[in-house]
Write a new protein. Sequence first.
Length: 280
Amino acid sequence: MGMPTVYTTAHVLSSVISTAKKSGKVGFVPTMGALHHGHLSLVNKALEENVLVVVSIFVNPTQFNNASDLSNYPRTLTTDLELLSVFDNVIVYAPGVDDIYPKNDFFEPVDLDGLDTRLEGEFRPGHFQGVVHVVRNLFNIVQPHRAYFGEKDFQQLAVIRRMVKRLNFPIEIVSCPTHRSENGLALSSRNMRLTEQGLEDALLISQTLNYMKNLGHDSTPSKVMELGTAYFSKGNLSLEYLEIVDAESLMLLTNQWSAHSVCCIAAYCEDVRLIDNLAL
Ligand code: PAF
């Protein structure tokens, strides 16, 4: 234990990883820092299955379509490293922009069968191609056996799985359940920007999802969305979308439930954009 070693350049990191691969599998947890217990659970899971775990900390500019969202994104490297210091066999990759996006970097948008244009994609155009770009570059640098992603970013997980298939990465994608505070708020780095009152108000997000889940499948998805929207409107958050979709295709469900239906929500609380989801 102790502070993890931090690498800032791909070539030094790669040689450490190549050595580790001689004794076993390498796991990878990509993050944008501002670590919380959700991230730490990904690291824990990765440590159970690999001899070495690489955690990347990089606030990726290409996935932000709003300059103020990018500049307001929390950056807490010292605390992040302290949080990781409880683990053995964890190293950190905290590169600068030039290391991830070298001059000769070439990227063509990846065909994600529309998974990137639904839900988040409608409100954050280009966001998922930015995610795919950085994760592709990170995968090429780290070349892990397994990579770990949280289910809180449900659509991101679907997008990454599709990218891995499209680009033939020999990497197993492992998903881990959403971590919540005691009162149900999904853990997110963005929660750091909320006041006490905001943290209280934001509970409406998970309360709405649970309310909708409790309605069951007797009514149509359309009716459940209508009731959920009405429930949500009693609070003082501003709703961006609340949709029940098929978990595979992310297509909106209206009259029929699918084998795996999931409700996805995005809302603003004190100007902070929060997302969550729940299988219904
Ligand atoms: O989920 C995140 O934190 C980011 O989208 C990721 C996967 C690290 C890419 O920048």
